[in-house]
Design a protein around this ligand. Structure first.
Ligand code: FES
Length: 164
């Protein structure tokens, strides 16, 4: 299974970013009820939801910034940090969970020296837990930049990470 690697232009300065956010918000006719689609569009544009964008969305829509922050922290689909150079998604669906996904994620986080958040301090890796990737017979499964690897152990997963 190969998913195209997605790269994002996140090198905009704050003014350019806020201008882009304004363009995104103006696409939505019903603004107050569109918090999630607006945030999804911002994440699609930048690869994450920059924190300053929440204030901008709030001022344009009337949705309190605290509500927007609650949404991006509650739903796993949203990120508040830029994605690293390599995106590792560890499946935590039922089959993978039962086959040891938690141990694999733990080993990867330690190997990449990620203590909080999802991205390593050097920006090389973002490690995320995701729902079923659709290849349960290979559990436990992860993808690295869209390429799937299955039947993993914590040790083999860390070997994959070190190869990058
Ligand atoms: S549960 Fe992991 S691929 Fe389905």
């Amino acid at each position: 299974m190969a998913i195209e690697k997605v790269t994002f232009d996140v090198k905009l300065d704050d003014d350019q970013m806020l201008q882009k956010v304004e363009e995104i918000v103006t696409r939505f006719e019903t603004k107050r009820g569109a918090a999630i689609p607006i945030l999804q569009s911002i994440q699609t544009e930048f690869g994450y939801v920059p924190k300053p964008s929440l204030k901008k969305v709030s001022s344009l829509t009337g949705i309190p910034a605290s509500d927007l922050f609650s949404i991006v922290t509650f739903y796993a689909q949203f990120r508040l940090q830029p994605i690293g150079d390599n995106l590792i998604q560890v499946c935590h669906g039922t089959a993978c969970h039962l086959a040891g996904a938690e141990e694999i994620t733990g080993a990867l986080l330690r190997a990449a020296k990620i203590q909080e958040g999802n991205t390593s301090p050097d920006g090389k890796f973002t490690i995320e837990k995701v729902a079923c990737l659709g290849c349960c017979s290979l559990a436990p499964v992860l993808t690295i930049n869209g390429e799937a690897f299955g039947k993993l152990t914590p040790e083999s997963a860390v070997r994959l990470l070190k190869k990058i």
